[in-house]
Design a protein around this ligand. Sequence first.
Ligand code: ADP
Ligand code: ASP
Ligand code: MG
Length: 405
Amino acid sequence: MARLVLKFGGTSVADPERIRNAAERVAREADAGHEVAVVVSAMSGVTNDLVRQVAAISPLYDAAEHDAVVASGEQVTSGLMALTLQQLGVPARSFQGWQLPIRTDGTHGRARIRQVESGALRSVAAAGQVAVVAGFQGLSPDGRVTTLGRGGSDTTAVALAAALEADRCDIYTDVDGVYTCDPRIVPRARKIDRVAFEEMLELSSQGARVLQTRSVAMAMRRGVRLQVLSSFEDAPGTLIVGEEEIVEEQVVTGVAVSREDAKVTLTGVEDRPGVAAAIFGPLADAEINVDMIVQNVADGGAHTDITFTVPKTDLDRATALLREAALAFDSLKPDPNVAKVSVVGIGMRSHAGVAQRMFATLAARGINIEVISTSEIKISVLIAEEYAELAARALHTAYGLDGDD
Ligand code: ADP
Ligand code: ASP
Ligand code: MG
């Protein structure tokens, strides 16, 4: 007997028929003698709709009320899933985040899980029932409902798996695993059988939304065995594993595309100590995440240009803060029409020429690189948004990742 956490994403619970399909998978695992806990997302499209409703009433919304509204999609599906399981003869009950509780910090909209109390889940399992937990939500220190950031049900599932010391956490979704690139962007992307935690962390944080980045970080830290698989097909999925379990190390394992960031360029900034702190200090204080940064070498030494990226959703706030900051510059140019394309692979540590191949491939397509950033196992470039798909496909081919159409 194994202890499993099964998580079903939005498309897997999009209507009563799909909830039934998901419930049948749960029933199959329970019938096989496994101890099962379930995590569900809201029906696909529902969270987006709730976010729109909040913004329509109150553009500068109260974040706690935003969460009270936006968390409701998961309440519906947890109850519907428990009812469907009961119909199939599987004793089940639903839990909201606050009922366990799943304790988080108070950062509404992207709260971090601090602790999952597993007592109630263990009692339910001991009584032979299946707990169905609403994903994406938790309880703040002052007793309010919080949400964990978009895609946060993945993190709920991993947190539960860690708290229950589960043998595996299965993430059921609308693709049958992690691919070498988003198959919607690169039709010739291939399914990867095993991917290392570190690679998955980079792929997720660079735009592969199949797993929320925080869920991968938590699984890595807490040693949770994670699998991504399809709720519509009976094929084995992708296992996210420690590096020692990767048999064949690829130089580049995957390509990721992100359209989440915008570029900001400040020209004619004084070139003296303290300038970077004057620019990035106010952004950090406002919790605006800066990702890529380049500072050009100043002509003559007096002035310089600085370019960096911030989330598109924070672009207006960032430009307003910079205009108010104690900082002299010639111009401030915001540009939301950019995309970040990244190549990721643990094999990069031991191979030279990986970056050069990327630059040459993009040059051959006439694609201009605006900003570059690297880590030990990743190279990212910022390019004009209109070239994102072309770049991803060209790089996918150049690194030998293409499968059949
Ligand atoms: P869910 O609602 O089940 O959480 P998501 O939409 O969050 O599903 O994630 C699944 C989607 O992630 C897929 O439909 C796919 O388009 C996208 N995706 C992006 N990058 C990848 C990748 N490298 N491998 C697989 N899917 C990816
Ligand atoms: N329903 C939430 C979202 O759409 C959480 C999730 O699906 O993981 O972001
Ligand atoms: Mg998701």
